[in-house]
Design a protein around this ligand. Structure first.
Ligand SMILES: C[S@@+](CC[C@H](N)C(=O)[O-])C[C@H]1O[C@@H](n2cnc3c(N)ncnc32)[C@H](O)[C@@H]1O
Length: 255
């Protein structure tokens, strides 16, 4: 990056974050540079997607800055938008036929980048659930801007706890980009299973930065479709499909 670009980026960040937020960002970046990990993390501040679509999804929001109940703060992961190339890679590895027949749900949707990417990728019904009201408001603004390009997509944005989201019995792609801890992931899976138990409706989980994938592997009824890394060891993922085998039936409808 040229010095003039760096200066204007810094100025923009200062205007957006104010002195305190800017100082925090500076310290974070200096730490990453010093540890040699800046390149791995820099996608979080990459504005290429935002500039292309006139939206604001880049950057990070730490848990202390969020307006969320204390009991959920301790279980949450800070906001950081998904890398669009990582998103495309993982979606491409899931064997999903006609995406327009699937509901795409992002639990912990942040500023909504994954929702916009899902609309671009052919999903026609897209739902985001975000706990923090400021991030939720940002997602609504981004969807509003983006809607002009993707009028055929139906967006729904919910402000609340993801574990309260009532899954409909419809072919679904659930997207989890490391939103919260193992306990809450387990609750979400309980909710999925209670709706999809005994049904032949396809349900696919795309789990990025899959810290709790071991728990998924031990959970009856879920088959691993794929897992691996993308470009760096830090971007790891796992894909699972709800395929209860107790009755010998696989999930096939909707594919
Ligand atoms: C790593 S970010 C992922 C953002 C987005 N999914 C993306 O990929 O661009 C995790 C998000 O999960 C949200 N989150 C954490 N706990 C939550 C909960 N219980 N319910 C809903 N959202 C939650 C955080 O506020 C944060 O925005």
């Amino acid at each position: 990056m040229r010095p003039t670009q760096l200066a204007s980026r810094a100025l923009r960040a200062f205007r957006r974050l104010g002195p305190k937020g800017f100082f925090g960002l500076l310290i974070t970046n200096l730490r990453l540079v010093a540890s040699g990990r800046y390149r791995e993390h820099s996608h979080a501040y990459d504005r290429a997607f935002d500039q292309r679509h006139g939206v604001d999804t880049a950057g990070t929001v730490n848990l202390e800055e969020m307006d969320v109940p204390e009991e959920l703060r301790g279980r949450a992961v800070r906001y950081e938008a998904v890398d669009p190339d990582f998103f495309a890679h993982v979606l491409g590895r899931a064997s999903i036929g006609d995406r327009s027949r699937y509901l795409f749900i992002d639990l912990g949707s942040g500023k909504g980048r994954a929702l916009l990417l899902a609309a671009q990728s052919g999903f026609r019904r897209v739902v985001g659930v975000e706990l923090d009201p400021h991030l939720d408001a940002a997602a609504r603004r981004n969807i509003g801007v983006f809607r002009w390009e993707h009028r055929q997509t139906e967006f729904e944005q919910v402000n609340g706890d993801a574990t309260a989201y009532p899954f409909p019995a419809t072919p679904t792609v659930l997207f989890l980009n490391n939103p919260f801890d193992e306990l809450l992931i387990g609750k979400v899976l309980d909710n999925v299973e209670s709706v999809h138990r005994g049904s032949a409706t396809d349900f696919v989980l795309l789990y990025l930065h899959s810290n709790h994938e071991r728990m998924m592997r031990l959970r009856p009824g879920w088959s691993e479709v794929d897992s691996g890394t993308f470009r760096s060891r830090r971007k790891f993922y796992a894909i699972f499909r709800w395929e209860p085998r107790s009755d010998g039936q696989g999930a096939t409808a909707g594919r």
